[in-house]
Design a protein around this ligand. Structure first.
Ligand code: ADP
Ligand code: MG
Length: 600
């Protein structure tokens, strides 16, 4: 069985993935306008545009953390300040011999990278509110140090910015440099945005637990992103100091931080183009009417309110024509079972997953109380029981979210550790959720492609520079995700924003995402909830077909028909304890189960 056997031809791809999946035209238009600017206007506007380009160098990186990753790094002006001072102080030679300007810029980038990492660390532990506060604290510290360390930074009187060598020592030369760097940053950050790392960030923002379930290593990803943000912000700081020729601590106000943040929100989170337009608008707007400069903070606030109230998705939502097209009503989900063996080549004897004497309490509630359970490769194991009987908790224990107080879980002979749920995907364990965990603002295709995260080969750095492994990864993810979508019968919706789908469709999207992982164990938490009777039958066939490929399925369900149709074994839980277990026929005739649960 080869994937190529399926006619995933250019034609079928073309119909599913919009041609504008990664539109470059708007970027080229912005770049062309920026290049033309000095020729059609004066030095004044070139200076304004240089400032916008420098801000964008910072914001392009920050956008990954804030817009994609949802991390409230509001005090990022701190790194701009740091970069400006490092570059200026080194170039001025107040501590060492004077450095060449470009070396000083490089050092600013390096200092920014370290600062970015340090600022990012609390994000891995703190809630978003506290994280926002620590970034603000960092901004205050940097400014205070710059003020107090007079011998080096010149204190309140300031220090000269690095003066770049020819040809970058003219207005036009500096603009050219900043514009080239801004274009480079746009390209690099867009590469990350459109990769498994970008999807991972959006997943951290919109569906934290789903990110972990597919194997996204949150700490590592966020740290890489913050180091990148810091580097770009540091370089931007150095350039900012060159542009200003002279810097003092008051050049770096909190307003500037707010400006960066608002540019991202106005532009639209999860977009590269939106925040780029956002920073252009916010830099240019006050210049169009000089009297407004004094009011700029006020105007930003008003603009932000208007945007949040009228178009919460920002400029990016305005520009997203694809998702304003109506999608057909009365859609039918028709999974294609013949694709199951293509997606999941049959595996020889996999490992059995075994829970032994697992106990987990929430306060006084024994959510699971001495549970034994075995999920065998190639079989479907049903887990049923009334609400609150511990079914979801069992899934959470298996997928590593909840650590039991007692008992253990093994996959084959390997004990599975707890506390690091993102490692479960590497063990071949995939799951869906009782309430679908979806990246609502991403396309259906992106949602499914997220499931491939652990199979990516290209590193963060390779992705940043769009090296061949990144291209191979993305081509494979797209083909696989399309195949998974065809399998569950949703390929027609690949390009649609996931939050436009019906609930039942989201259930199948989650299954497609889980299958992308090519799991050996699949955990399904009430996949039939909210489905029509017809859809439940198709779901049953799909589950059966998947298990026949040698995958062990744990099916948590309330629909007795589905359970009895597809399961090889059934365990009935009540108050966290096993009430009965056996074949469907045995369970159906178990007197206690029938009277307590099946209501017959
Ligand atoms: P089911 O999925 O079978 O409906 P759950 O596994 O969700 O049941 O819940 C089992 C029991 O554990 C319930 O009594 C529930 O209230 C309790 N429980 C589940 N999660 C938590 C939690 N995070 N904190 C406290 N109690 C919880
Ligand atoms: Mg549940």
């Amino acid at each position: 069985m080869k994937i190529q056997a399926i006619p995933l031809t250019a034609a079928s791809r073309g119909s599913v993935v919009p041609k504008a999946a990664r539109p470059v035209l708007p970027f080229i238009a912005v770049l062309a306008a920026a290049i033309a600017l000095p020729f059609v206007s004066d030095d004044y506007w070139t200076l304004i545009a240089t400032r916008a380009a420098i801000y964008w160098i910072l914001v392009s990186g920050l956008n990954l953390a804030v817009g994609f990753g949802g991390q409230l790094a509001i005090g990022f002006v701190a790194v701009l300040t740091l970069g400006a001072y490092v570059a200026s102080v080194l170039a001025a030679g107040t501590i060492t011999l004077a450095w060449p300007a470009f070396a000083a810029l490089g050092a600013a980038g390096l200092a920014g990278a370290v600062a970015g990492g340090i600022i990012g660390l609390p994000a891995l532990r703190l809630g978003s509110f506290y994280f926002a506060m620590t970034t603000l604290g960092f901004a205050t510290i940097v400014t205070q140090v710059a003020l107090a360390w007079t011998s080096v930074t010149g204190g309140g009187t300031g220090v000269a910015g690095p003066s770049l060598p020819a040809p970058f020592d003219t207005t036009l030369g500096l603009y050219g440099l900043c514009l080239a760097l801004a274009a480079l940053c746009t390209w690099m950050t867009a590469n990350i945005a459109h990769s498994r790392f970008g999807r991972g960030l959006v997943a951290i923002r919109d569906a934290d637990v789903a990110a972990e379930a597919v194997g996204v290593a949150k700490p590592r990803l966020l740290l890489s992103v913050f180091v990148l943000c810091g580097t770009l912000a540091g370089v931007a700081g150095g350039l900012f100091a060159s542009l200003q020729s002279y810097i003092t601590p008051d050049a770096f106000t909190f307003d500037l931080s707010v400006l960066f943040f608002i540019a991202i929100l106005v532009g639209g989170r999860g977009s590269v183009l939106g925040p780029l337009l956002g920073i252009i608008v916010l830099t240019v707007l006050p210049e169009l009417a000089a009297p407004l400069v004094a009011w700029s903070t006020f105007l930003y606030a008003i603009l932000l309110l208007v945007i949040v109230l009228t178009i919460p998705g920002g400029l990016a939502e305005l520009l997203d024509v694809v998702n304003r097209r109506p999608i057909p009503a009365g859609r039918v989900i028709s999974p294609q079972m013949d694709l199951v063996p293509v997606m999941l080549p049959p595996r020889s004897a996999g490992d059995r997953l075994e829970l032994r004497d697992v106990l987990l309490r929430f306060g006084a509630v024994r959510a699971i109380d001495g549970l034994d359970l075995q999920i065998r490769p190639g079989q479907v194991h049903g887990l049923i029981g009334p609400n609150g009987s511990g079914k979801t908790t069992t899934l959470n224990v298996i997928s590593g979210y909840a650590a039991p107080e007692q008992g253990q879980i093994t996959l084959g002979d390997t004990p599975l550790p707890f506390g690091r749920p993102h490692l479960r995907a590497g063990h071949g364990i995939a799951r869906t959720f009782q309430r679908p965990r979806i990246l609502g603002e991403s396309s259906v295709l992106q949602n499914v492609a997220l499931g491939g995260s652990i199979n990516g080969r290209a590193s963060f750095f390779e992705t940043l520079l769009s090296l061949p492994r990144h291209h191979r990864d993305e081509a494979r993810f797209r083909d696989d995700a399309l195949l998974a979508l065809r399998l569950v019968g949703l390929e027609a919706l690949a390009a649609v924003r996931a939050d436009r789908l019906q609930h039942s469709e989201l259930r199948f999207v989650e299954i497609a995402r889980a299958l992308m992982q090519r799991p050996s164990i699949l955990l399904l938490d009430e996949p039939a909830a909210g489905l029509t009777p017809g859809e439940i039958i198709k779901l049953g066939l799909l589950i059966k077909a998947v298990s026949r490929q040698g995958i062990g399925v744990l099916l948590v369900e309330h629909h007795a028909d589905l359970i009895f149709d597809v399961c090889d074994h059934v365990t009935v839980l009540n108050l966290g304890r096993v009430l009965a277990c056996g074949t469907p026929a045995e369970i159906r005739s178990h007197r206690e189960v029938v009277s307590a649960y099946l209501g017959g």
